[in-house]
Ligand binder design. Structure first.
Ligand SMILES: N[C@@H](CCC(=O)N[C@@H](CS)C(=O)NCC(=O)O)C(=O)O
Length: 229
């Protein structure tokens, strides 16, 4: 059976799936698909026209959360242990925070800051800096305030090990960094400490190094190439 991940590694949703695949040292093929440049048949397997889509032979499945959950449920790999806790209340909290990352952090950190500062540049357009600055001033603080409080002094968002909540939230923070912004350590000290820790973790590092190489290749000196350390 051949495993194929359709998508682009710079997408925070594709990155979530790539994290899970890396955590279980899976062999798979990455089939490049980027919004706006889809191959002719991609829309047949992506009903909403979004990446990622997962494929096993002729079976396909869209949506990062659904794909990650499917892999966790079907692959009995120690690297996935704990990504979805066994305690029902912790599972509920993990799902909530994953949803919060995908639907509340993403519009600000990715769809606004990263899209303006990086994707527009890749497409040969200038960022609308006033849109970015308004987002950073008015829209980013409330969402980061919420997760700063949810994290508190803890190492991980739920329980004492890395879960899908951390995968989803960190993935958005990485895209924010690629968009030229780091979490302000004075205003959100817990989140910055957390991101510094996640950034150094092997699985994230492997993904980030590859992404930075891609950005270097596409954007050259216009690539922000930030590090939280
Ligand atoms: N809920 C979806 C969201 C996926 C998503 O929004 N992907 C973006 C790329 S970061 C996309 O494909 N956007 C294309 C579009 O909305 O037209 C998931 O978790 O997979």
């Amino acid at each position: 059976m051949q495993w194929i991940l359709h998508g682009a590694p710079l997408s925070p949703f594709v990155r979530k799936v790539m994290y899970v695949l890396k955590a279980m040292a899976a062999e798979y093929k990455l089939k490049p698909e980027s919004p706006g440049f889809y191959s002719d048949d991609f829309l047949n397997i992506s009903p909403l026209g979004k990446i990622p889509v997962w494929q096993e032979d002729d079976w396909t499945q869209p949506d990062s959360s659904v794909i990650c959950q499917y892999l966790i449920e079907t692959q009995d790999h120690p690297g996935l242990a704990g990504l979805m806790p066994t305690d029902p209340k912790q599972r509920a909290q993990v799902r909530w925070l994953e949803k919060y990352a995908d639907y509340e952090l993403c519009p600000q950190l990715t769809y606004t800051v990263f899209r303006q500062r990086t994707l527009r540049m890749i497409n040969g357009k200038h960022p609308q800096e006033e849109v970015v600055l308004d987002c950073i001033k008015n829209k980013v603080p409330p969402v980061l305030d919420y997760i700063e409080k949810a994290l508190g002094p803890n190492t991980y968002f739920v329980g004492d090990q890395l879960t899908m909540a951390d995968v989803a939230i960190t993935s958005q923070m990485i895209t924010f960094m690629h968009g030229g912004e780091l979490i302000d350590a004075n205003r959100w000290p817990n989140l910055r400490r957390y991101f510094n820790h996640m950034y150094q973790q092997d699985t994230w590092q492997a993904l980030i190094v590859r992404e930075k190489k891609t950005l270097d290749k596409i954007l050259g000196p216009k690539h922000y190439n930030l590090s939280p350390l």
